[in-house]
Design a protein around this ligand. Structure first.
Ligand code: SF4
Ligand code: SF4
Length: 334
């Protein structure tokens, strides 16, 4: 069954980068220490910041991110704190190296999902993007998580460098026992975007290719028993456009205290909120909250500013499509 996942107006999603340090150097990494800091939050701070969002929202989900969050020695305690603060679900995003024996220090009752990142169906595709040995480490980590009874999801970040290999993923994921498959579009953000050659080789795929390839792979994944999710990216001219910054509660928290509502803004000091002295306060204007209400015929205003290649060509003034909010997803269930 295929459906568009409406923005949730009832529960908040807290994407919590507890550190920016990582053992890998993926070519398309979106972490930008100049904008996000390079601090590892101590556990007291993590617990205070978790409490801020639990107080603000009756229903909230937390996703622990980095850097590589399992490099944080107190991640297990952070998970338990989130549970005791009544977060509805707890997810750990990981590159698969699973430091500090994290699988032995948390339980499947405490962690709803371990979410692994793999960008190719074999080392020849994945490792040039994510680093030597990363395919083997990630698939070993998935097997270890499955063996301990954890639910496991997988994120594949699509760019021109790996779109041709996406169709080989469903059989691999089925053999690994993956429960959910998230196909992601590469974000044009992070320090790599300053290199013009990288920008060419890691560019986003065009609309025709996206529509030709992605839904078919998602359908095949669902046929093999996984829930498959992918960003909608393109809207038909008549479809309604909504900006999640106005209608949903997503928070992207970084160790320097910046809190963004829109991930496309993360390369700029445009965060709408910030945490100062462990209090959540509005950030100085002008910021992303000034951009969200701006309506343009092409859809998402941040695409016009930072990803203009995505915008539809103006053919005699008629729009052939619009750009959806980057957080609008399609989901196909088995
Ligand atoms: S694993 Fe994640 S944080 Fe680490 S380098 Fe890769 S994209 Fe960046
Ligand atoms: S991606 Fe575009 S539509 Fe979505 S929150 Fe950001 S500015 Fe709004």
């Amino acid at each position: 069954m295929r459906k568009t996942v409406a923005f949730s107006r009832r529960s908040a999603n807290v994407f919590f980068h507890i550190l920016t340090r990582c053992n890998l150097h993926c070519r398309h990494c979106y972490i930008n220490p100049e904008q996000h800091g390079s601090r590892t939050l101590d556990i007291d701070t993590i617990e205070k910041w978790l409490a801020l969002f639990a107080e603000r929202h009756e229903q909230a989900n937390v996703i622990f991110l980095g850097g590589e969050p399992t490099m944080h020695p107190e991640l297990a305690r952070a998970v338990r704190s989130a549970r005791s603060l009544a977060y509805g679900s707890v997810t750990i995003d990981t590159n698969g190296y699973l430091f500090h024996d994290i699988l032995d220090r948390v339980t499947p009752q405490e962690v709803d999902f371990f979410s692994f990142s793999l960008d190719g169906p074999d080392p020849s595709v994945n490792d040039p993007l994510r680093g030597p040995g990363s395919f083997d480490a990630c698939t070993r980590g998935i097997a270890a998580a499955k063996a301990r009874g954890f639910a496991v999801s997988l994120i594949y970040t699509v760019s021109q460098a790996n779109i041709d290999h996406l169709s080989a993923m469903p059989p691999l994921l089925e053999s690994l026992g993956i429960d959910r498959f998230f196909i992601q579009v590469i974000g044009v953000r992070g320090q790599w975007t300053e290199d013009s050659r990288q920008r060419e080789t890691l560019a986003q795929v065009d609309r025709d290719t996206w529509l030709e390839v992605i839904p078919k792979v998602a359908e095949e994944s669902a046929r093999r028993g996984m829930i498959a999710t992918f960003p909608k990216v393109f809207l038909d001219p008549g479809e309604p456009f909504e900006c999640a910054g106005l209608v949903a509660d997503n928070y992207f928290i970084f160790p320097n205290g910046r809190v963004y509502r829109c991930p496309l803004c993360e390369d700029y000091p445009l965060h709408g909120l910030e945490i100062r002295d462990n209090r959540l306060v509005d950030a100085p204007r002008i910021n992303e909250t000034d951009l969200f209400p701006l309506t343009i015929p092409e859809g998402c205003v941040m695409n016009r500013i930072i990803q203009p290649r995505n915008l539809p060509p103006a053919l005699g003034g008629e729009l052939t499509y619009k750009i959806a909010c980057c957080m609008l997803k399609e989901e196909i269930s088995p």
